[in-house]
Design a protein around this ligand. Structure first.
Ligand code: P6P
Length: 336
C-alpha cells in the first residue's frame, strides 16, 4: 500500500512541471478524475440498468445518441462547471460550445473540449469505450463569456490532454506536456493508481488498425500501404497483423503500449475522414507526440492544423513514427 502513487498525488507532485505552474490545472484534472469515476460506475452496470441503448435521437454528427453518451456528457459538464477553473466546454454531444454562466466560471482561465463517450455504439456489445479530453487556456478576456475562438485553437496550444478507457480495467492516461502517464482505477480504494509512468510508443510496430470495409474508396496511398503490410516480410520476420476494435481509445491504447498505427482516412461515407479534429484527433495527437510517436492527416501534422469549425472532421493517421512515415511516403507517391 505504501508504494501506491495516486493520480491526485501525482498531479500535485508534477504541478511545478506545468508552464505557469498553477493549482487551477491540477484542480481541473481533479474534476475530470471525479467524473471518470462516476461514468465508470454506470458503464460497469450498463448491462443491468436501463441506461444502454439509444435515446431515439441524433447528435449534431447525425449519429444516434446512446443513453450513456448523454449521461457521460452531463456528468463531465457538471463536474467541470462545479470547479472554478473552466469558463466553457465543447462536446461531441453539444451542437454549440457551452459558456458557463456563473461569474466564477467566467473568471476562469481554461476551456475543455471532449468526446464524453467515444465508441459508445460498442457499449451494448460490451466492448471497451472511452472519454477523450483536451484542455486549452482561453484567449478571450477573463471575466467575459467563453467565445468560439477559445475552442478553435490549433492542437499545439493544448495545455493538457488525455483519455479514460473503460475496458477490462479502467485507466486514465494524460499529458500536460511533460510525458504521458497512465493510472489504473482500483474500485476497492476508489482511486486511480500510477501504473504506467512515462509511456513511450515503440518506434515501429506490426499492428495496423483500420476499417477495411471502406477499402474501395481509400486513397491509393492507403491501399498501397495495406498491400505492403499484407505482402512484406519485415526484417524480424514478424508479419503485420490487423487489429481493429472500432473504438478509437481502445485501438490507440493498445498501439501505444505495443506499437502500431491507427488509420481513418477519407472514405465514401466520410470524404474528410470520420474523426473530429478538436476533441478526438488533437488530444490523441498531443499524447502520441509526447509518447514519441506521430499524428498526421496524411499531409500535415495534426497539431498544426488551424480549426475552422467545432465539429470538423479530418483524416487521421496516428501511431509509431516509422509506420506513420511509411504511410505518408505511399500517400506522397500520389498516383504513380
Ligand atoms: P467505423 C467511434 O464512433 C469512432 O469515432 C472511433 O472510436 C472508431 O475508431 C471509429 O469511429 C469507428 O468507425 O466507421 O469503422 O465504424
Amino acid at each position: 500500500m505504501t508504494d501506491i502513487r495516486t493520480l491526485g498525488e501525482f498531479i500535485v507532485e508534477k504541478q511545478n512541471d506545468f508552464p505557469h505552474a498553477s493549482g487551477e490545472l491540477s484542480s481541473l484534472l481533479g474534476s475530470i478524475k471525479l467524473a471518470a469515476k462516476i461514468v465508470n460506475r454506470e458503464i460497469n452496470k450498463a448491462g443491468l440498468a436501463d441506461i444502454t441503448g439509444s435515446v431515439g435521437k441524433e447528435n449534431v454528427q447525425g449519429e444516434e445518441q446512446q443513453k450513456l453518451d448523454l449521461y457521460a456528457n452531463d456528468k463531465f459538464k457538471a463536474a467541470l462547471e462545479a470547479r472554478d477553473q473552466v469558463c466553457g466546454i465543447a462536446s461531441e454531444e453539444e451542437d454549440q460550445a457551452v459558456s458557463f454562466n456563473r461569474q466564477v466560471n467566467r473568471d476562469a482561465k481554461y476551456v475543455v473540449l471532449m468526446d464524453p463517450l467515444d465508441g459508445s455504439s460498442n457499449i451494448d456489445v460490451n466492448v471497451s469505450v472511452g472519454t477523450i479530453f483536451s484542455i486549452y487556456r482561453r484567449i478571450s478576456p477573463v471575466g467575459s463569456p467563453a467565445t468560439d475562438a477559445d475552442f478553435l485553437q490549433p492542437g499545439h496550444l493544448q495545455v493538457a490532454a488525455g483519455y479514460v478507457i473503460y475496458g477490462s480495467s479502467t485507466m486514465l492516461v494524460y499529458t500536460t506536456g511533460n510525458g504521458v502517464h497512465g493510472f489504473t482505477y482500483d474500485p476497492s480504494l476508489g482511486v486511480f493508481c500510477l501504473s504506467h509512468e512515462n509511456m513511450q510508443i515503440p518506434e515501429d510496430g506490426h499492428i495496423y488498425s483500420i476499417n477495411e470495409g471502406n477499402y474501395i474508396r481509400f486513397p491509393l496511398g492507403i491501399k498501397k500501404y495495406l498491400k505492403y503490410c499484407q505482402e512484406c516480410v519485415p526484417q524480424d520476420n514478424r508479419p503485420y497483423t490487423s487489429r481493429y476494435i472500432g473504438s478509437l481509445v481502445a485501438d490507440f491504447h493498445r498501439n501505444l503500449l505495443k506499437g502500431g498505427i491507427y488509420l481513418y482516412p477519407s472514405t465514401a461515407t466520410y470524404p474528410n475522414g470520420k474523426l473530429r479534429l478538436l476533441y478526438e484527433c488533437n488530444p490523441m495527437a498531443l499524447l502520441i507526440e509526447q509518447a514519441g510517436g506521430r499524428a498526421t492527416d496524411g499531409q500535415q501534422r495534426i497539431l498544426d492544423l488551424i480549426p475552422t469549425e467545432l465539429h470538423q472532421r479530418v483524416p487521421f493517421l496516428v501511431g509509431s513514427t516509422n509506420m506513420v512515415n511509411k504511410v505518408e511516403a505511399f500517400l506522397h507517391e500520389g498516383d504513380e
